[in-house]
Write a protein of this length. Structure first.
Length: 376
């Protein structure tokens, strides 16, 4: 990863980091990094293969992406309960009336799918796509932050010396645009920069966060870009790598290793961190998929034994999300009679396939087995 532009420059956390080195970095991965890369690549390939076992990939990916959205938002100290999130997801009206934190989580999920659909059409992640993702994440019409915006990164309120400035991103006319252009060229020009895409993803994630192109929402936007880049490079068929949970569990190391690159151009620790995140996350995602597929099969077998009208299509709807409304079952059954649908829902609950949850006048039907798997 040699870069003629990569020269050690003094870093001052209070001064805009306009000397942020262009990509690629000069660092050459050593044996330890390459060994970790091998482990991560193997686990990721296993996950990609496991995705082919899904009877309805989009259905199950929606449930997994919901957990990614929740964890990614928690990194930014945006918290919502699983209960609020599941309720809002199951009902568009409820989603509109959701609390602000829940809406932010749901917007992350929408931004992920908007980016994925955009990538499918264009075949590339460009600046317009990144801005679109950011706007979805933040529900804003803003774009790249203007040169006069004095954006800084501060320590969190729970940290020692809370509020202290720890980093000032690049600032000034055309500075951000030129560094983004370099980043995108590095990501997509495999002839000029023929590095392995998994290593590129790790490097690109640091660079995006260091450029900090938006006033807010850079972390969530950057984590969506990680997934989309792996899809773009065919390392994943679908954006299901649940990296944010690992980052939450190792949040201090995440920020510490980002800082090492900024202050010392020390890439090894950062690459090891990100490759370990991919390795462990892919293994965990595989387990989630295995557990969901196994539970779906068990529930389908039981449901068909207990209820004459139970079938594969109903089973898939029940596993489409943790909380569902009766009308979702009705659409599959093509039953318009409220009395008939009420009878079927009562049978599903009496057999323990679903349980009910009351929220005021509304009744949600909960797939407790799916909830258990997602929250383990």
């Amino acid at each position: 990863m040699k870069n003629e532009h990569d020269e050690r420059v003094p870093f001052d956390r209070l001064v805009p980091y306009n000397q942020l080195p262009l990509l690629p970095p000069a660092y050459q991965p050593d044996a330890e990094v390459l060994l970790k890369w091998g482990y991560a690549s193997r686990e990721l390939a296993g996950l990609n293969k496991n995705l082919l076992r899904l009877p309805n990939p989009v259905m199950l990916i929606n449930t997994i992406s919901l957990q990614e959205a929740k964890s990614s938002s928690e990194i930014e100290n945006i918290f919502t309960t699983d209960d609020e999130l599941y309720k809002a997801l199951s009902d568009s009206v409820k989603e509109d009336n959701a609390n602000p934190a829940t809406k932010e989580v749901l917007r992350y999920r929408e931004a992920l799918w908007a980016g994925y659909n955009d990538l499918t059409k264009k075949g590339i992640i460009d600046k317009a796509a990144i801005i679109k993702i950011y706007r979805k994440v933040k529900d804003t019409a803003q774009g790249i932050r203007p040169p006069q915006s004095n954006v800084v990164i501060r320590r969190g309120e729970s940290e020692f010396r809370s509020g202290e400035v720890i980093y000032t991103p690049p600032q000034g006319k055309d500075i951000i645009e030129s560094k983004l252009e370099n980043l995108l060229k590095y990501m997509h020009d495999d002839e000029t920069y023929p590095q392995d895409p998994l290593l590129k993803m790790a490097v690109a994630h640091y660079q995006f966060e260091a450029i900090h192109p938006f006033s807010d929402g850079n972390g969530r936007t950057g984590r969506i870009l990680n997934l989309l880049f792996l899809v773009n490079k065919t390392l994943l068929n679908q954006p299901v790598l649940y990296l944010s949970k690992y980052i939450i569990e190792h949040k201090e190391d995440y920020y510490y290793n980002l800082g090492l690159v900024t202050q010392r151009q020390s890439w090894k620790e950062w690459l090891l961190y990100m490759l370990t995140a991919v390795e462990q996350t892919a293994r965990r995602s595989n387990r989630i998929i295995d557990d969901i597929i196994s539970q779906m099969a068990a529930t389908l077998k039981y449901g068909k034994e207990e209820l004459k009208w139970y079938n594969k299509e109903i089973n898939e709807v029940i596993f489409s999300q943790p909380y569902i409304k009766a009308r979702a079952i009705g659409q599959v059954l093509e039953k318009t009679s409220r009395t008939t649908l009420t009878k079927y829902m009562a049978e599903l609950t009496s057999k323990g396939i679903l349980t009910t949850k009351q929220d005021g006048k509304e009744v949600f039907y909960v797939n407790a087995d799916l909830v258990r798997i997602l929250e383990e």
